[in-house]
Design a binder for this molecule. Structure first.
Ligand SMILES: Cc1cc2nc3c(=O)[nH]c(=O)nc-3n(C[C@H](O)[C@H](O)[C@H](O)COP(=O)(O)O)c2cc1C
Length: 438
């Protein structure tokens, strides 16, 4: 008789990593539009980009009235300079509808207290909190975060235990950790045995050691041992490293007996890798770029971030790559790539993001006449104002000026707020833009 395998219970608002093929956490490449793209193509869960605890503590949660996304924002400290920065920045953005039950928030931390403070802010809006214990970059390790935690297991254990007790339990979500393998199986074994005893529900292992470059082949010979330890503790084990597609992920999960697989660089290059061959497999880059741009425009994604990923998504050898590199706003991209169906929304997003004046593409025929008419009307306003002695009007972006207060009744509440009211910033105002609603 075979005994039923042990399984830790998955909290009511959490998610089981078993049987899942997921999008990896990726700074820059893992913002909201990429996550929506991966979900559209069949990713079962998505990890957000690592967010440092200190960046989130003190942030304000608000709902973007134009598209229903939830934004965590703060005014930057301005690096100790005298003049105060006034432009608030968006630290994290999520879609409470399309990412519901599928989004794992990854935190960069070296402190149980800060980890709890930061994770508590987002816990009501996500399906799990993951601790980054694998990033080898100096910005992470110099602060004792990321892969540095592999060398300070007491601290890592304390962080996970604090998160389980003070965030996971009250919010009923799972806590997990993403590690790298250590130099020897014995070292990895000792570490994993401690981690699975902290109350976590999942562990992802990036099958490379900390000094290994991303180009070096993943090493999978410790995987079965790690899986065994996870399974003995009833915890889901997710593999990562050189997994390139859904079909390959399923085969590897079978081969190594792990519960899930995580894809990073292959999804960054073309996230239709989450489609199985039976569903049509990889899509041509133009289809992917069209979907990606649509999600970016809807989400009002930071243009620099969009550009970064488009430079990866559009093949370098393609003639459109060279042209598109010069794009200065969303409408430019849509013109250059002939995505006429997106141009109207792109222009609205450009207005909101204050990019319109940078456009290097000509407005389409018909718009010339309209913009002339608008210019004339504005000139008329200005001369009428001058004649009456009124002060000159300033040109402001609709993101700042808006057209009236947002409706607070329709603001999606986090699960926490449904029980206890928390402060919601309703200070931003909405330009009329119904097409961009989710
Ligand atoms: C652009 C980029 C950003 C990344 N950012 C993160 C991150 O925020 N957190 C993390 O744990 N790993 C991060 N990683 C590592 C990946 O999540 C993954 O572990 C690694 O790329 C190996 O998977 P792959 O072989 O499928 O690429 C990043 C990787 C890339 C390429």
């Amino acid at each position: 008789m075979t005994s039923t395998p042990k399984r830790v219970p998955i909290p009511a608002n959490g998610v089981d990593y078993r049987g899942k093929i997921v999008l990896a956490p990726m700074v820059r490449s893992g913002e909201l539009p990429s996550r929506l793209l991966a979900l559209k193509y069949g990713a079962d869960l998505v990890w957000g980009p690592e967010t440092i605890d200190k960046a989130l503590v003190g942030a304000c949660r608000r709902v973007n009235p134009r598209n229903g996304t939830i934004e965590f924002t703060r005014v930057p400290s301005n690096g100790g300079r005298k003049e105060k920065a006034t432009q608030e920045s968006i630290i994290y953005r999520l879609d409470p509808v399309r990412e519901k039950g599928k989004l794992i928030f990854q935190i960069g931390t070296a402190s149980p207290e800060l980890a709890v403070q930061a994770a508590s802010l987002v816990a009501g809006d996500v399906a799990g909190i993951d601790v980054n214990s694998g990033c080898p970059k100096p910005f992470s390790t110099s602060g004792g975060m990321g892969a540095a935690l592999l060398r300070t297991p007491d601290k890592l254990v304390a962080i996970l235990e604090a998160l389980v007790k003070e965030v996971g339990t009250p919010h009923q979500i799972g806590i997990s950790v993403k590690i790298r393998i250590l130099e020897t199986p014995e070292l990895t074994e000792t570490l994993v045995k401690r981690l699975v005893a902290t109350g976590i529900t999942g562990l992802t292992v990036h099958c490379r050691t900390t000094p290994m470059r991303p180009r070096e082949r993943a090493i999978r010979d410790q995987l079965r041992m790690i899986r065994e330890i996870c399974h003995d503790a009833g915890i889901a084990c997710v593999m990562n490293g050189d997994v390139t597609s859904r079909d390959e992920a399923l085969a590897l999960m079978q081969e190594y007996g792990v519960d899930g697989a995580m894809i990073a660089t292959s999804a960054e290059a073309n996230s239709s890798c989450f489609r199985s061959e039976a569903d049509g497999g990889l899509l041509p880059w133009r289809d992917v770029v069209h979907d990606y741009l649509r999600f970016c425009i809807e989400s009002e994604n930071r243009f620099g971030n969009t550009k970064y990923l488009l430079n990866i998504l559009i093949p370098g050898k393609d003639k459109e790559f060279k042209e598109a590199k010069n794009a200065k706003c969303y409408a430019d991209y849509c013109h250059m790539l002939h995505f006429d169906d997106l141009i109207a929304d792109a222009r609205r997003a450009d207005e909101i993001l204050n990019l319109s004046h940078k456009s290097i593409t000509n407005p389409p025929p018909g718009d010339d006449a309209r913009s002339k008419a608008v210019e004339n009307a504005m000139a008329h306003n200005e001369s009428a104002r001058a004649a009456s002695g009124a002060p000159r009007s300033k040109h402001v972006s609709p993101a700042v000026s808006g057209v009236g207060p947002i409706r607070t009744k329709s603001i999606p509440k986090s699960r926490t707020e449904e029980k206890t009211p928390v402060e919601v910033d309703v200070s931003i105002q909405a330009p009329q833009n119904p097409e961009l609603t989710v």
